[in-house]
Design a protein around this ligand. Structure first.
Ligand SMILES: NC(=O)c1ccc[n+]([C@@H]2O[C@H](COP(=O)([O-])OP(=O)(O)OC[C@H]3O[C@@H](n4cnc5c(N)ncnc54)[C@H](O)[C@@H]3O)[C@@H](O)[C@H]2O)c1
Length: 376
């Protein structure tokens, strides 16, 4: 059976994926590249050796490489994705897909011209929590889904320069993606407000004055969902949360990112009694690993890979961050290429999730005016 040769480009967060590709039974050769050669060498050592490319251009020109997974800085995503697709290779890219509607259009066009796969590597759609909520939906446990909510609170002080003053909703994908996926619909319209103030120098890079943005999205199905995103000067503890409000049950993320979620079951009002009542169970999430090749099971538990501390990472079972999602992302990308089918988070789903955030920021800059999210 055919094996896939994959290049992994950008090895900060990207380092977390190296071991997973290396151990995936459908991978022939893994090629690593980072513009900082010492990082490539460190990651290669950590996983017991991999080929290291000389440049991004050398990867594009190498006909033996079938697919490229980009985990590079946000401003590079669009140009690099288009270049990979135009070189005739499958492309996976970390979030966000792009930061302008025009760049999303370029990617969609390049994907369709190339006939190759594009996958947006959205971690929140393969977490323990997402699998659990999707199963609740499949079993009809929510009753009617009435409303969604998403959150992503994270302080980005001292992160690389391109983060400084980033419009919060340009990287809204973790708050938005679970709502879109669970709704089975697409976001078509958004009203968003920016809130708060932040230091003047943070306005310079992107002309964005807001540390926090909060958006109300309308889905084509008619349902609505709210998402809030903070990046600077907000003390709220880190959380990439997903909240589903049904007529029979709710799923609400725990207080911190790692806390167990609250599952609420509704007991309707008895005849003659005012209001129904809800019982709430703090529910530990089961791991979902059975669909993966056995070699990858150990990547669904443990912590994040840190390229600056590979030995520490090793102890934590590196590669399993973001609630077990990394191995599932790799597996879906690899299998979709081998099976010559579209991956789940393809250019259409990735574009809607990303464009909803771009349009949300546009709305915030127009003081909450409604913005139509274009269809891709
Ligand atoms: N949950 C998630 O999905 C998640 C989590 C963290 C980061 N991310 C995304 O992953 C990307 C990387 O995040 P990070 O924190 O590692 O960023 P970073 O800026 O700290 O690191 C990026 C790495 O890419 C390398 N690099 C820069 N330019 C390059 C080029 N032209 N070719 C190859 N390598 C290059 C850098 O040397 C660095 O090692 C970002 O786009 C971010 O949005 C996603």
């Amino acid at each position: 059976m055919k094996k896939l040769n994959v290049a992994l480009v950008g090895l900060g967060f990207g380092g977390a994926f190296a071991g997973i590709y290396k151990e995936h039974p459908d991978i022939g050769e893994l090629i690593l590249f980072d513009t900082r050669p010492e990082i490539s060498a460190r990651v290669s050592d950590h996983i017991g050796g991999a080929k290291i490319a000389d440049s991004f251009e050398a990867i594009l020109a190498d006909p033996s490489i079938d697919a490229v997974h980009l985990v590079t800085p946000i401003p590079l995503h669009a140009d690099q994705t288009v270049a990979v697709l135009e070189s005739g290779k499958h492309c996976a890219c970390t979030v966000p897909m792009a930061t302008s509607l025009e760049d999303i259009r370029r990617i969609v066009e390049a994907k369709r011209k190339s006939g190759k796969n594009y996958m947006m590597m959205e971690t929140t759609l393969y977490t323990y929590q997402y699998f659990y909520a999707a199963k609740m939906k499949e079993e009809g446990r929510f009753g009617k889904i009435q409303f969604f909510r998403g959150s992503h609170y994270q302080d980005m002080a001292n992160w690389p320069d391109y983060w400084m003053g980033l419009p919060p909703m340009w990287y809204g994908t973790h708050a938005i993606a679970p709502m879109v996926a669970l709704s089975g619909s697409r976001i078509c319209r958004v009203n968003c407000f920016g809130s708060g103030t932040m230091e003047e120098w943070l306005h310079e890079q992107y002309g964005n004055p807001f540390p926090v943005e909060s958006a109300l999205f309308e889905f084509e199905s008619g349902i609505k969902g709210e998402a809030t995103r903070s990046l600077f000067e907000c003390a709220r503890v880190y959380q990439e949360g997903m909240f589903v409000y049904g007529s029979d049950a709710c799923f609400e993320w725990g207080f911190a990112d790692g806390s167990d979620p609250y599952i609420t079951t509704f007991h309707p009002a008895q005849e003659g009694k005012r209001g129904g009542w809800s019982d709430v169970k703090v529910t530990p999430m089961p791991n979902h690993y059975e669909d993966l090749p056995e070699q990858l099971w150990h990547f669904t538990v443990g912590g994040n890979y840190d390229p600056l501390n590979p030995q520490e990472s090793l102890k934590k079972g590196a590669g399993a961050g973001h609630h077990g999602s990394h191995a599932h992302l790799v597996h879906e990308f690899v299998r979709s290429c081998i099976e010559e089918r579209k991956p789940w988070i393809d250019e259409v789903l990735g574009a809607n999730i990303t464009a909803a955030g771009i349009c949300a920021h546009e709305s915030a800059m127009k003081n909450g005016e409604a913005v139509i999210v274009p269809e891709f």
